[in-house]
Design a protein around this ligand. Structure first.
Ligand SMILES: C=C(O[C@@H]1C=C(C(=O)O)C=C[C@H]1O)C(=O)O
Length: 144
C-alpha cells in the first residue's frame, strides 16, 4: 500500500520520531511521577487526544463552509467581513458558554480568533477572484 502520509518513513526510528508520528505517551514527567499516577494521567490524556482530534475535524469542516461563503461574497462583490453577523454570533456564543460553564470571555476570544482568520481567507479569495476578472477583461460589478 502506498504511504500517502509518511513521505519520510525510511528515516524514522522508534528513538527518533518525526513530527508525523504521534506518541501518546510523550511526557516531560516520565521518571518523575509515581507509575500509577502516570497511568491515570495517560488514561485521561487519551480523552484529551480524542477531543483535540474532534476539534481539528470540526474546524476543518467550518473552514470548508466559510470558504464557500468567501467565494459567494467575492462573486457578488460583497465585503469579506459582516460585523453585525459577528456581533450576533458572539452574543449567542457567550450565552451558550455561560450555560455550558465555559468562560464566556474565552468563548468570545476563540470565536474572534477563528473569524479573523476566515476574514483573511475571504480577503485572499476576493483578491484572487478580482485578479482573474481583470485577467479576463471582466472587471465589472455587473453580477453584484
Ligand atoms: C462566514 C462569514 O464571513 C465572516 C466570517 C464569519 C464567521 O467565521 O462566522 C462571520 C461573519 C463574517 O465576518 C459570513 O459572512 O457568514
Amino acid at each position: 500500500m502506498t504511504e500517502l502520509h509518511r513521505p519520510d518513513a525510511d528515516a524514522e526510528t522508534t528513538e527518533h520520531r518525526s513530527e508525523g508520528q504521534y506518541d501518546p505517551g510523550a511526557s516531560s514527567l516520565k521518571g518523575h511521577v509515581d507509575p500509577a499516577v502516570m497511568e491515570e494521567l495517560l488514561s485521561i490524556r487519551s480523552s484529551i487526544d480524542n477531543f483535540d482530534a474532534t476539534l481539528v475535524y470540526l474546524l476543518a469542516e467550518r473552514f470548508k463552509v466559510t470558504q464557500r461563503v468567501g467565494f459567494l461574497k467575492a462573486q457578488h462583490h460583497l465585503p469579506p467581513a459582516d460585523p453585525e453577523r459577528e456581533a450576533a454570533q458572539i452574543a449567542r456564543l457567550r450565552r451558550l458558554a455561560e450555560e455550558a460553564q465555559l468562560d464566556p470571555a474565552f468563548a468570545e476570544k476563540f470565536l474572534n480568533f477563528i473569524i479573523s482568520e476566515v476574514i483573511r481567507h475571504h480577503q485572499a479569495i476576493s483578491e484572487d477572484v478580482s485578479a482573474r476578472r481583470s485577467g479576463d477583461g471582466q472587471d465589472t460589478a455587473s453580477d453584484a
